[in-house]
Design a binder for this molecule. Structure first.
Ligand code: PHE
Length: 470
């Protein structure tokens, strides 16, 4: 994946010569850092293992991988190409392309879906980010050393049962996100993440190594990779599809925003594949670290959102230097969640700046505080309101708390809907010529992508929607 990996350099780019190349390379790297920073987060380490456990393992993982390859990747390419072609913030890019190509301005709606989704996701994302903050202290103070599965489980249920503590850590996490967005210092953080992300990778490998030697690794591998389709429900397919969008940060125009910084001669396909592969790799490693411990300790794979907070601490408590590794792991998890949280807040802040004419600090404060307040509903659904299911009378939402509903509605409905609109925009609304030029793929590869984005992706997303509604 070198800088010269695309044959589409224009005459003026060719004239600029090698000095320009260094600049181009750094912004290609900047794109990969920003995009993986957004993509790799709690979705990979917290959400993927627990929804895999809840949905029976192998068959779910297989469908999820298919969704990444056949739906997520083509849509990521579409988002990046729209962003690069428009060259502005998502809402303006869509408008500019629409104006230039004489299309309806209603396409700005894609940006609006993104703003709403980001807002709702961040409200509960920050609560889970808060759990990670809290576990830094738990691991650092040595509380995990030599603990039994029950004791580690009790630490977690005590945390969930305590709204004030949850609120404190939720506040800390949201403040971290707001600070960076308000100051616009994300470039520094992204560079830091280029060191920290490999660190997270190494710590996950250490956890996998521990799981290999001390856990039931073979059972975990067959749980994750031997599909048993009798365990997969239709709602499981929707969850897998929704998670493909969530984990790759698709459907809310994040990749569109980042794509606008991508130099013209960088291959959109190769770059998108790199981001998807890293993201999927982190999720699978998390699964391989967690499930051997689940089986070795007789824990429940379908334990729900607390899964990683009940298994990894157990492993860290038993391995040599566990307090150190555990502390480091949760610190790195915070960084991963932090960069994702920033990319969730950014579109809302940009929208407030553009639409309401507020300055950056005011937009960040306004959006952040409302989002923080909404997070309190998710906090309460973990304890005082844990029996409150607002839409419980509808069969599909039976027993779902506010937290569950927010997660379901955003990941499984809003993001796929946003992605569907992106696919239709790139496949049907933009001119084929423009799209072909941006992607600069070989003939057969372009036709494959174009058929996927025009027919397969919209039909697949719509089919999963309709099937689940019925
Ligand atoms: N992809 C992030 C994660 O997996 C979450 C996210 C979703 C971020 C949508 C931005 C947009 O944790």
């Amino acid at each position: 994946m070198s800088v010269s990996d695309s044959g589409s350099a224009t005459y003026s780019e060719a004239l600029e010569g090698s000095n320009a190349k260094r600049g181009l390379w750094s912004s290609r790297l900047a794109f990969i850092l920003a995009a993986t920073g957004s993509a790799v987060g709690l979705g990979n380490i917290w959400k993927f293992p627990y929804i895999t456990g809840e949905n029976g393992g192998g068959a779910f993982v297989l469908v999820y991988l298919l969704c990444i390859a056949a739906v997520g990747l083509p849509i990521m390419m579409a988002e990046v190409l729209i962003g690069r072609r428009g060259g502005h913030s998502p809402v303006n890019s869509l408008r500019l392309i629409a104006e230039r190509d004489r299309l309806k301005p209603a396409w700005r709606m894609v940006g609006a879906v993104g703003v709403l989704a980001g807002f709702l996701i961040l409200s509960f994302y920050s609560v889970i980010g808060g759990w990670a903050v809290s576990y830094v202290g738990t691991a650092a103070s040595g509380q995990l050393v030599g603990q039994s599965a029950e004791a580690v489980g009790a630490i977690f249920s005590n945390l969930l049962g305590d709204p004030m503590t949850l609120l404190l850590w939720h506040t800390v996490f949201m403040a971290l996100v707001m600070l960076v967005v308000a100051k616009g210092v994300r470039a520094g953080l992204e560079r830091a993440v280029s060191i920290l992300m490999p660190g997270l990778f190494v710590l996950l490998l250490i956890a996998v190594g521990y799981a290999m030697t001390s856990g039931e690794f073979g059972r975990a591998v067959s749980f994750l990779f031997q599909p048993d389709f009798s365990k997969l429900s239709t709602s499981g397919i929707l969850v897998a599809l929704g998670h493909a969008f969530f984990t790759l940060s698709l459907g809310m125009a994040v990749m569109m925003a980042y794509g606008s910084y991508l130099p013209k001669n960088v291959s959109i396909a190769k770059t998108s594949i790199a981001v998807s592969v890293i993201d999927t790799g982190v999720a699978l490693l998390a699964g391989l670290a967690i499930f051997p411990i689940v089986f070795a300790n007789g824990l429940e794979p379908g334990a729900g959102p607390g899964l990683i907070f009940q298994t990894l601490p157990l492993a860290f408590g038993q391995m040599p230097m566990g307090s150190l590794f555990g502390t480091l792991f949760f610190v790195l998890l915070i960084f991963a969640a932090w960069t994702s949280g920033i990319s969730l807040l950014e579109p809302i802040v940009e929208w407030l700046e553009e639409r309401k004419g507020l300055n950056r600090t005011a937009s960040t404060l306004g959006a952040g505080v409302v989002c923080w307040a909404l997070g309190i509903a998710s906090i309460l659904s973990l304890n005082l309101w844990s029996d409150f299911a607002p839409l419980g009378s509808i069969a599909m939402f039976e027993g779902k708390t506010i937290f569950d509903l927010l997660d379901f509605f955003t990941a499984n409905i809003l993001l796929p809907l946003g992605g569907l609109l992106v696919a239709v925009f790139a496949g049907w609304v933009m001119s084929r010529e423009a799209v072909e030029k941006e992607l600069a793929l070989s003939g057969p590869m372009f036709r494959l992508w174009y058929l996927t984005i025009r027919y397969f992706t919209p039909v697949a997303v719509a089919a999963v929607f309709i099937y689940n509604l019925m």
